[in-house]
Design a protein around this ligand. Structure first.
Ligand code: PPS
Length: 338
């Protein structure tokens, strides 16, 4: 392996500044109250729980991210179909640029590389100001962060936010499997019961889930032209109709010719679980730069079904979660299927 190239004095200066800023963010993070998620401490910052290593990143995003009006921000609850929607939005936006053939970028790069999470760009205690500034518009940026944690300038900028959530029971089961796939082999896997107890109290990465969903839901009611609210189940039920709605929202509506040529159906097929889960980079590629948080991309593709919770949750657990979610969402106009 090549040795790392030495930083120039100017770059080193910038790096020192970044590390100094991060030290401040980490100092704030170190004072936060924590709950336990299995054997992991999970800190609470401004009413939401975060993966331990991503609190300082969240503060860094809050402090330094500068949105553009043209940005497209995909915000999701974890395990709600982020990977899927990244592919779909990438295809909608780039359909004139890339044919759906063997050279298509989604057949060679993970959707998470083509449409990065903000927290990934801020990884390794960096402030990617120049990188973000150099990205062409419209920038595609994703986040699991709650709306209230994003800098106020995100809403002020007028950029578009697409929000995707999923039936909490399926999101929970998907998360349980994902933890199993991604935590280091030396750490004991939590049983579904061990994970359910904290989850039902809202203690989960980017939880409480219901508060996360409600923040974006309410903003989508206030400003439907800027915040689009989607559910995984609706996407599954009629992906084509939702791809059209998304294209309209992104001001990239399909032309009559494209409709005749079946471009919408092509995007749906191209981004389907069946297709994407068999792509080599999604089966064998690695996610993450930092060796502590590296795992196989296949962890993003499990079953891709609605209602798989029935195979894993007891009736009692399901009833409890339904009751909690129903109470929390009461009066909002938002519901999930029981
Ligand atoms: S993450 O880690 O939050 O980004 O994960 P996320 O992508 O949000 O969610 C993973 C779940 O989405 C399923 N998935 C898909 N469903 C339908 N179509 C496509 N193309 C697709 N790709 C991934 C994936 O299988 C996870 O759900 P489960 O229920 O675990 O199968």
């Amino acid at each position: 392996m090549d040795p790392p190239s030495p930083l120039t004095p100017k770059a080193q200066n910038g790096r020192d500044e970044e590390l100094k800023a991060y030290k401040e963010y980490e100092d704030i993070a170190s004072t936060l109250p924590c709950e336990l998620l299995g054997s992991f401490p999970i800190p609470k910052y401004q009413n939401f729980f975060y993966p331990n290593h991503l609190v300082s990143t969240t503060i860094a995003v809050q402090s330094t991210f500068q949105p553009r009006p043209s940005d497209i921000i995909l915000a999701t609850q974890p395990k709600s179909g982020t990977t899927w929607l990244k592919s779909i939005i990438f295809c909608i936006l780039n359909r004139a640029r890339f044919a759906f053939d063997d050279d298509h970028p989604l057949l060679h790069s993970s959707p998470h590389d083509l449409f990065p999470f903000l927290h990934t760009l801020y990884e390794d205690r960096t402030l990617p100001i120049e990188l973000l500034a150099s990205m062409p518009s419209p920038r595609l940026l994703a986040t699991h962060n709650p709306l209230s944690s994003l800098p106020a300038s995100v809403l002020d900028s007028g950029c578009r936010i697409v929000y995707l959530c999923r039936n909490p029971k399926d999101a929970f089961v998907s998360m349980w499997h994902y933890i199993d796939q991604t935590i280091p082999s030396t750490i004991k896997r939590p049983s579904i019961e061990e994970l359910f107890e904290p989850f039902s109290k809202g203690i989960m990465a980017y939880g409480p889930l219901w508060d996360h969903v409600l923040e974006y839901w309410e903003e989508s009611l206030r400003r439907p032209e800027k915040v689009m609210f989607l559910k995984y189940e609706d996407m599954m039920d009629n992906a084509g109709a939702n791809v059209r709605k998304l294209a309209d929202f992104l001001e990239m509506a399909f032309t009559e010719d494209e409709e005749k040529e079946g471009v919408v159906e092509e995007i749906v097929r191209f981004c389907s679980f069946e297709k994407m889960s068999t792509v080599k980079v999604n089966k064998e590629g690695k996610h993450g730069k930092d060796s502590c948080h590296t795992f196989c991309n296949s962890a993003f593709f499990r079953k891709g079904k609605v209602g798989d919770w029935k195979e894993h949750m007891s009736e009692e657990m399901a009833r409890r979660l339904d009751d909690i979610v129903e109470k929390k969402l009461q009066g909002s106009g938002l519901t999930f299927q029981k």
